[in-house]
Design a binder for this molecule. Structure first.
Ligand code: WT7
Length: 631
């Protein structure tokens, strides 16, 4: 792989990657361990859509993330684990130990009848075992489907059933700040509705009391004790499924994005090394949860493939106090720190003494991901954390893209606050106008699409290829539509302006408004609802719900709490509405479509110009909604 050292270098390599993508990616892919070399680099047709990379190639991603680093890096720390509790000792897992632990989990799964292609659900806290679980699946060719351990049992049911998981890996509980969450109780409730799950293996973390269901449930430590640490890697086709990860859709149920082995491996490794300019021996910390794509690609696969030391943190940034991140950076001499704008904004509100207490001089590079970062937060991060000497890489990408797409390359790309800047090599953005025409030149604003495949792109939605086509390839035929709006400035820098569809991003978590609405509607007093996002100081976007009830509401705050509880139970606490406004009707067009544009304006507190409301069925509801708007 060629390292990019200067902007000229970037321009040359970017140019080469566009001129001859196959030669470019084939050259990058040479640096991996393949059991069989590919016959053809790429086959694609966005109209079907169908994309295949490294066709005919055979590999196992864990041989690249683990075995190839042995014995040279046997004693180097692969995963550095920091507990939720600052007084509990941190753990260093060497590449040798990672190999053995992953091998054991692979063998444990096999002993329970898991075979190549079977789906395994992972619902676990941020403990080293979740890494062993993920890589253990990959080792034997089982497809992992990680569900963020903050999701409710209802969300877990949907995800398990959609992909027909056979086995669940979980824990008794999770520590999050001063809270303890009983994960196994949530799993028990879910499994009542999951007929495909035959086995559940429980890791002990919180020592919560629980009962194991005979012949279904097993203790992790018992099962692990029965198996060997050596587990041969299953030989996978480059296009075999590696994992499924669910992301919210703008309508209906979550979408199980399917990622495959070869392209995903090559792309996460390449982007990790390129964007962060990773150097041998550095400590990298991505603060995401492994339940999100960021955790998959940049806590585990990318860094481990690169032979890095990756820090995994079990806790939250605000506990026991607002200095927790900065404390951990000092303690572990973190060199590269990658977090979310929402975390930066919340930490920015705390007294600066929480930052000043710690020595952050180990830091070389900072990163952000998940949502647009506002300029103020960017400058705070730059000044107080980076001490004006660390480049900030504002990385734009998606669950669907598998890896970073538009981002500065540290020390190479000229930074511009709140801009994701330039496309990485191999990435071909096209900005579209409202008539579906590609806009040429700079100084433009439109919808962001990608007109050429990249190796880590999702290949389909599990079990629903038609939906994959409809969602991503139909708005602009022949192009992948991201769902985001963007601007391209005079120098060609991209600024992502946010979603243009019905998806909102709350604290960096992607949520479909339709999903929240259907949860609200489960409350027996609710007739219908409409959810929109509104600007929120810390979370980026908050959830604003307009709710129509069957009967007049007497105790508003009581009903609000009940609705929040229902949403928390059905989706999870992250989806709870911040604001609930009771209204007698929703602004609908004659064809019955809710005019969200109007609700968005109201939620933003800007009711001066609501645009044309004459097409509404009943324009008078708008006046009522304006009067009742919550500030
Ligand atoms: C959406 C994807 C990528 C992992 C985390 C989120 C928004 C992401 C940025 C950024 C502006 C961003 C987009 C995108 N987004 N990164 N640097 N600047 N917006 O993954 O849950 O699939 O969400 O997050 O709107 O479409 P996700």
């Amino acid at each position: 792989m060629k390292i990019i050292n200067s902007i000229q270098d970037y321009r040359n390599q970017y140019g080469a990657s566009i001129m001859d993508p196959e030669a470019f990616w084939s050259d990058v892919a040479e640096d991996f361990v393949w059991r069989r070399k590919w016959d053809k680099v790429l086959e694609w047709d966005f109209r079907k859509p169908e994309v295949k990379w490294f066709v005919g190639g055979k590999l196992n991603i864990t041989e690249n993330c683990i075995d190839r680093h042995l014995p040279a890096r046997a004693n180097q720390t692969a995963i550095l684990w920091e507990s939720n509790n600052p007084n509990e000792a941190s753990i260093k897992i060497t590449y040798q130990s990672l190999s053995e632990n992953v091998g054991r989990v692979g063998n444990m799964l096999k002993a329970h009848g898991v075979k190549k292609g079977d789906r395994v659900c992972i619902y676990m806290p941020m403990v080293p075992e979740v890494a062993y679980a993920i890589l253990g699946c990959a080792r034997i060719g089982a497809v992992h489907s990680v569900v963020f351990a903050g999701f409710s049992s209802g969300s877990l049911v949907d995800r398990i059933n959609d992909s027909g998981c056979k086995l669940v890996l979980t824990a008794d509980g999770a520590f999050r700040g001063d809270k303890k969450i009983d994960l196994k109780a949530i799993v028990d409730e879910a499994l009542l509705k999951c007929p495909t799950v035959k086995t559940c293996i429980v890791f002990q973390r919180t020592k919560s009391s629980l009962t194991l269901k005979p012949s279904r449930d097993f203790w992790w430590h018992d099962e692990l004790g029965k198996v060997d640490a050596v587990c041969p890697a299953e030989v996978m086709d480059a296009e075999d499924m590696l994992f499924i990860l669910y992301t919210s859709g703008s309508t209906g149920k979550p979408k199980g994005m399917v990622h495959t082995c070869g392209g995903y491996m090559v792309y996460t490794d390449y982007t990790f090394k390129t964007v962060f300019q990773y150097n041998e021996g550095q400590v990298f910390w991505c603060t995401a949860d492994v339940g999100w794509i960021t955790g998959h690609s940049y806590i585990l696969y990318g860094p481990l493939s690169a032979g890095a030391t990756t820090l995994m943190f079990e806790g939250i940034p605000s506990w026991p106090d607002m200095g927790r991140f900065w404390h951990a950076i000092e303690k572990h001499k973190v060199n590269i720190f990658y977090t979310a704008p929402t975390a930066i904004r919340s930490l920015e509100k705390a007294p600066i003494s929480f930052v000043e207490k710690y020595d952050l001089s180990s830091l070389k590079i900072l990163g952000t991901v998940g949502e647009p970062i506002n300029e103020e937060a960017w400058h705070w991060y730059d000044h107080n954390i980076g001490k004006n000497k660390c480049p900030i890489v504002d990385t734009w990408w998606q669950t669907e893209t598998g890896g970073m797409m538009i981002s500065p390359i540290a020390h190479v790309t000229k930074l511009k606050p709140a801009h994701a800047t330039l496309p990485l090599p191999g990435v071909q953005p096209a900005v579209m106008d409202e008539n579906g025409k590609e806009m040429e030149g700079n100084g433009i604003e439109g919808r962001l699409t990608l007109k050429f495949p990249w190796p880590a792109m999702a290949r389909t939605i599990y079990g629903d290829h038609q939906r994959f086509k409809d969602t991503y390839f139909s708005t602009f035929p022949g192009k992948y539509f991201t769902g985001d709006g963007c601007k391209r400035d005079e120098d060609g820098n991209y600024r992502i302006t946010g979603r243009v569809d019905d998806i909102i991003i709350v604290s960096g978590h992607n949520m479909g408004t339709a999903e929240i609405e259907s949860a609200i509607d489960e409350h027996s007093a609710v007739c219908e609802s409409a959810v929109v996002g509104f600007p929120h100081d810390i979370k980026g976007q908050g959830v604003y719900a307009f709710v129509v009830t069957y009967d007049p509401v007497h105790e508003e705050s009581h009903l609000r709490n009940e609705i929040r509880e229902v949403v928390s139970k059905i989706i999870g606490p992250i989806a709870k509405p911040d604001k609930i406004q009771f209204v007698s009707g929703l602004p609908k067009t004659r064809s019955g479509k809710i005019m969200r544009r109007i609700l968005r304006k109201v939620a933003e507190g800007d009711t001066s110009n609501l645009g044309d409301t004459t097409t509404l069925l009943d324009p008078s509801v708008v006046e009522e909604i304006k009067r009742g708007a919550l500030g």
